[in-house]
Design a protein around this ligand. Structure first.
Ligand SMILES: [Zn+2]
Length: 506
């Protein structure tokens, strides 16, 4: 039985045929926030990301550049890790399908499926799209008889290949979906999988190739390399060192969430469950298919040249402005639009005007009006109590939204509280309390705001971690954590620091 205090979350392993774009950042930032939120709640978290490095396309690109495939992907992986660091991505494990452990475990998994009778040798003839590494039936092609995913030319390929008996799992998959209605979300994707793919009939899946070498060899038939599915999808198990060892697997499996883009939902909602069924392993708790990020309402596309490298955005606007925008602006599950105009407007309204303004004016006033510790008299006004009720409700509200994967609404709640704090200051007019020498009330008002900033700084650790850290330094509460996430009337504040949290972007 799985220890309930673990949380295992994965991004897809990305295909490093070229450098990653803001769409990859989007998926990874969401997964990072979910991982961080669960760590905040003291769960034992594994957050995994990585790269899917084999296949014909990478072999081809490397050759064009006179490089070995491994040499080619090594450079991209290095840049990727740098990119994730620059966005504060707190992954616990970065798996590469060229890792020795992965190769060893995939070989065992493939052999296990073969011994079960679920892999057999046959002949494959099909229309193949090289960039997508996918075979398609005639019916699946687009209106110009081209690849339905990337709309490029496909070619007829025939070769000896091993197949996985996907067709055998049709009824079991339907039954599984019936018994686990929340396995795949959003629900629209689930209906699409059942009605468009599973019910019309599943075809056996080609799982080896002989036309290229850059892959994991089939151990009992060396002219074949294992072709994408079993190599790539198995990463979620091989990172736990399955099947070589049981310890990590027993502790962290089943995975809590596979977060994937909608274009690969089918692989995670049909092929992956069937492989797991064949291995006799429990299925993941959830697959969530998020929408696509578009740029200025166009698909992110190298050929359109419509995007900059993520590094340029991060250097220009700062990592937390990017993280905040991706998490706050886009409804998880739907397509979302990324534009610098929207990013600027979101940063100025929420991070500069709301959060930045609140924190700055509170600290400036506290430092100006008091040169002693700020404490609370416990003489509550009705307006105080109303605000504090909101302070103390915040964690539960945010927690519920995050559990429902409504991260944008979780952030909206946090910023609603900040907005209330700003209004509370305007209503109480601390500058007039000072003028009228009502210092006791003035101290209480500032104390109440500082407590709210404390609570918010703790929660923001999950979403904009570097800002969270700076907030804690500003209010001189470096060690607060989840147990402090309520209004504490016994605390005190001194040695407050002023920083500029966010500069207004013009
Ligand atoms: Zn294609």
């Amino acid at each position: 039985m799985k220890d309930k205090n673990t949380f295992y979350i994965t991004t897809p392993i990305y295909y490093p045929s070229k450098e990653f774009h803001i769409g990859h950042c989007y998926t990874t930032v969401i997964a990072d926030s979910l991982a961080r939120f669960n760590r905040l709640k003291k769960k034992d978290v594994i957050f995994q990301t990585g790269t899917d490095e084999h296949g014909q396309k990478i072999e081809k690109i490397a050759k064009e550049q006179n490089k070995e495939p491994k040499e080619y992907v090594d450079k991209i992986v290095e840049n990727t890790k740098e990119l994730w660091n620059s966005l504060d991505i707190s992954y616990d494990k970065f798996i590469r399908t060229t890792d020795e452990e992965h190769i060893k475990n995939v070989t065992k998994i493939f052999n296990k499926l073969y011994e079960n009778g679920d892999i057999y040798k046959g002949n494959y003839e099909g229309l193949y799209c090289t960039p997508c590494e996918s075979f398609f039936s005639k019916e699946e092609l687009d209106e110009n008889n081209k690849c339905p995913d990337c709309h490029r030319e496909v070619s007829l390929v025939k070769e000896e290949a091993y197949f996985f008996r996907l067709s055998k799992y049709q009824d079991k998959l339907l039954q599984f979906y019936e018994e686990h209605p929340l396995f795949l979300e959003p629900l629209s994707r689930k209906n699409e999988m059942i009605n468009n793919f599973i019910k019309p009939g599943l075809k056996d899946l080609c799982v080896s190739r002989t036309s290229f070498n850059w892959g994991i060899p089939v151990s009992f038939d060396k002219k074949h390399v294992i072709y994408v599915w079993i190599d790539a999808l198995s990463n979620y198990l091989t990172s736990l060192n399955y099947p070589s060892e049981k310890e990590m697997f027993d502790k962290y499996w089943p995975c809590d969430i596979h977060l994937v883009g909608k274009e690969i939902v089918r692989f995670h909602a049909i092929i992956w469950p069937a492989i797991l069924m064949s291995l006799g392993i429990e299925l993941p708790k959830k697959v969530f298919g998020h929408g696509w990020l578009v740029i200025n309402n166009e698909k992110i596309s190298k050929s359109l040249g419509n995007y900059k490298s993520p590094k340029e955005y991060i250097d220009k606007y700062g990592k937390d402005a990017i993280r905040y925008f991706l998490l706050r602006e886009i409804v998880l599950g739907k397509d979302g639009n990324f534009s610098e105009e929207l990013l600027i407007s979101r940063t100025n309204s929420d991070l500069v005007n709301n959060l930045g303004n609140l924190v700055n004016r509170t600290i400036v006033m506290a430092n100006k009006y008091f040169d002693k510790e700020i404490k609370f008299s416990k003489n509550y006004n009705p307006v105080d109590q109303e605000l504090i009720l909101n302070t103390n409700d915040l964690f539960d509200k945010v927690n519920n939204f995050v559990n429902d994967l409504k991260i944008n609404e979780a952030l909206e709640e946090i910023f609603k509280l900040l907005d209330k704090c700003n209004k509370y200051i305007d209503k109480n007019e601390p500058w007039n309390l000072y003028k009228n020498n009502n210092l006791e009330r003035l101290e209480d008002v500032l104390y109440i705001i500082l407590e709210n900033i404390k609570v918010v700084s703790i929660l923001l650790e999950a979403f904009i971690p570097s800002t969270s850290l700076r907030l804690k330094k500003m209010i001189n509460k470096n060690n607060v954590n989840i147990k402090d996430i309520k209004f504490d009337e016994e605390s005190s504040y001194n040695d407050l620091n002023t920083y500029i949290l966010f500069e207004r972007i013009k």
